[in-house]
Design a protein around this ligand. Structure first.
Ligand code: ADP
Ligand code: MG
Length: 594
């Protein structure tokens, strides 16, 4: 039996789930966790680590790691890790490969197919990039679905018989989506969706870091250029502070030195942040959340009072500022019946089950919409002048998908034998405010006066991928899209990329936990005093040597030694969680609060 897994490929965390025994279930990674941080690192021995160990590595060796690359999907941007360059697609493929391995180990069978989720607001290029990342990881991507839709599927699956209007608010690490949906009689209908693909919890962390530095007359970007280690460590401090503000009225943030070290004893190196201070630092971000919510309600012809439930999804909806904002905006408490970190992956598994016709779903049906308007650039005539740059919509936002629409356009010059269609996505009246997706050149328009007809057909499929065709009715000649903005790879390029990724060996599964401990302890070297440092380094050296030599006899012994040293220094290391768990509170680092 082939299993289709459901994957939530997040900016911050990724998860994998499968539908079994009539239920969606999450799949654990080698650390026994469901959340795998979307961080990729390359160890000095050339092995790839994904998840918690890579996140540890990122603190001490930011140049060997990459995170938040989902933001660059579809952009063609390349980043350096060590001496190798990677695209966001390649880095994502390494995360997917790791999840695929987790699934294979959990299911005890090969996995070749997946449903992958993307932010509703991901454009065509970002969706194609995601599909390609899947292929690169050896996964046939059976369907790309929108994250809030997947979240809605989890709610809808457990609430199939109800009759409700729901609003899903999904604030993840890097993206914000809002979706209005209705459940009735086993049918889940997405009514409207809106969002921002560059707004998430990481921006709240950055805003906090920027405000801390501003308090010292420093600019985050300038400091980041000069001392990346300082900023990578400060971000971690701010991330923890942001979480702790859920339970504490005020927290202390330690400001690292240029090498990224934080001292425990220097009172000048810490600043106090209150809840109010956090609200002030993130005010402009909160403002940006309002517009997509208003738009979704407007498009769905609903008001806050028409909703039966407001559902929160995504780790960043744990922030008190956000909950308060939602409560004020909707005049009701938001719902969180399913774990906000997990609903998207679970919903992807429900979608996988829908595709596999799993009998547990009965006749549940789901319909989705196209989240943005798609169209072409046109000229407008003013007297005898033609001005170009206007946007002519072909598929309007929030049209139910799949959808195929045709529009007629006309030549503007006599004997014009060629028409160039520039294809755009967005809501602007002029194309300069929208995103260019590609272009389509139509040749061989028959001679004649201006006004010769060319038809353009847009087809938007269930994956949210666009296909554009043009036809000259007089000759019947057809033309297909040529995406100039297309950063997705050609067949040969893809094969080359696959080969390059395959050449990168993953850190063996049975070694990952040890690598993580090593990286965790390495990070602490800069935090202890010089007497403590010697003992710690010694234990580290021995453990590292045992690891490098793959000397199993010494693994346990030196590991135990290192754990003892850590304990004697007052650091708590939790095998399955590393230092950063998802509850507010202490995270294994000592004395982070004063
Ligand atoms: P993504 O789907 O983009 O991977 P997640 O849904 O996993 O993102 O959310 C990650 C974001 O949630 C991060 O920015 C993280 O800082 C934030 N986050 C997670 N837990 C908390 C918490 N307890 N308090 C505040 N923010 C949190
Ligand atoms: Mg998410």
């Amino acid at each position: 039996m082939t299993e289709i897994v459901g994957i939530d490929l997040g900016t911050t965390n990724s998860l994998c789930a499968v539908f079994r025994d009539g239920q969606p279930q999450l799949i654990p990674n080698p650390h026994g966790e469901f959340l795998t941080p979307s961080v990729v690192g390359i160890l000095e021995n050339g092995q790839v680590v994904v998840g918690a160990p890579a996140r540890e590595l990122r603190i001490t060796r930011p140049e060997r790691c990459r995170a938040t690359f989902k933001r660059d999907m579809g952009s063609g941007r390349q980043v350096l890790i060590g001496r190798q360059t990677f695209s966001a697609v390649e880095l994502s493929s390494l995360v997917l490969r790791s999840l695929k391995e987790d699934a294979e180990s959990f299911l005890k069978q090969p996995v070749h197919e997946a449903v992958i989720t993307v932010p509703a607001y991901f454009n065509d290029l970002q969706r194609k990039a995601t599909r390609q990342a899947g292929e690169m990881a050896g996964l046939r991507v059976r369907r790309i679905i929108n994250e809030p839709t997947a979240a809605a599927l989890t709610y809808g699956f457990h609430d199939r018989t109800s009759d409700k209007k729901l609003l899903v608010i999904d604030l993840g690490g890097g993206t914000f989506d809002v979706t209005l949906m209705e459940v009735f009689d086993g049918t889940l209908e997405i009514i409207s969706t809106a969002g921002e693909s560059h707004l998430g919890g990481e921006d709240f962390t950055d805003a906090l870091a920027a405000s801390v530095l501003r308090g010292r007359n420093l600019d985050l970007e300038v400091v980041e250029d000069e001392s990346p280690l300082l900023v990578s460590r400060l971000r971690q401090e701010c991330e923890q502070a942001k979480r702790r503000l859920q339970t504490k009225e005020e927290v202390w943030i330690r400001i690292p030195d240029r090498k990224g070290h934080v001292g425990d004893n220097d009172p000048h190196s810490a600043v106090r942040v209150t809840r109010e201070g956090f609200i002030q630092a993130t005010k402009s971000l909160m403002e940006r959340l309002k517009e997509p919510i208003r738009r979704v309600l407007r498009d769905g012809q609903s008001g806050p009072g028409d909703l039966d439930e407001v559902i929160l999804v995504g780790g960043a909806t744990r922030m008190l500022v956000l909950r308060q904002f939602v409560t004020d905006f909707f005049q009701r408490e938001p719902q969180c019946r399913h774990n906000p970190d997990e609903v998207v992956a679970l919903g992807a598994a429900v979608q996988a089950a829908l595709m596999a016709d799993d009998p547990a779903l009965g006749d549940m049906v789901m319909t989705d919409v196209c989240p943005f308007t798609l169209g072409v650039e046109i000229c407008r005539r003013f007297g005898d002048r033609h001005n170009d740059g206007y946007f002519s919509p072909i598929i309007h936002r929030n049209t139910t998908i799949p959808v195929s629409r045709e529009e007629a356009y006309f030549t503007i010059e006599p004997n014009q034998d060629e028409v160039m269609f520039n294809i755009y996505q967005g809501e602007g009246r002029k194309v300069k405010d929208n995103l260019k997706l590609g272009e389509l050149r139509v040749k061989g328009v028959p001679p004649g006066p201006a006004g010769q007809q060319v038809n353009v057909r847009f087809t938007y499929d269930l994956n949210g991928l666009l296909e554009v065709e043009a036809r000259v009715p007089q000759t019947g000649k057809m033309f297909k899209t040529l995406l100039v903005n297309n950063v997705s790879l050609t067949g040969a390029e893809l094969q080359a990329a696959i080969a390059r990724m395959q050449a990168l060996k993953s850190c063996p599964r049975d070694e990952v936990a040890n690598r993580q401990l090593l990286l965790f302890a390495e990070k602490l070297v800069g935090e202890v005093n010089k007497e403590e440092r010697r003992g710690l380094e010694q234990a580290l050296d021995q453990f590292e040597q045992a690891l490098d030599e793959r000397d199993r006899g010494q693994f346990q012994h030196t590991r135990q030694g290192l754990l003892l040293v850590l304990e004697s220094l007052g650091f708590r290391y939790e095998e399955n969680r590393g230092y950063e768990d998802h509850d507010a509170g202490d995270h294994g680092d000592k004395k982070t609060d004063k």
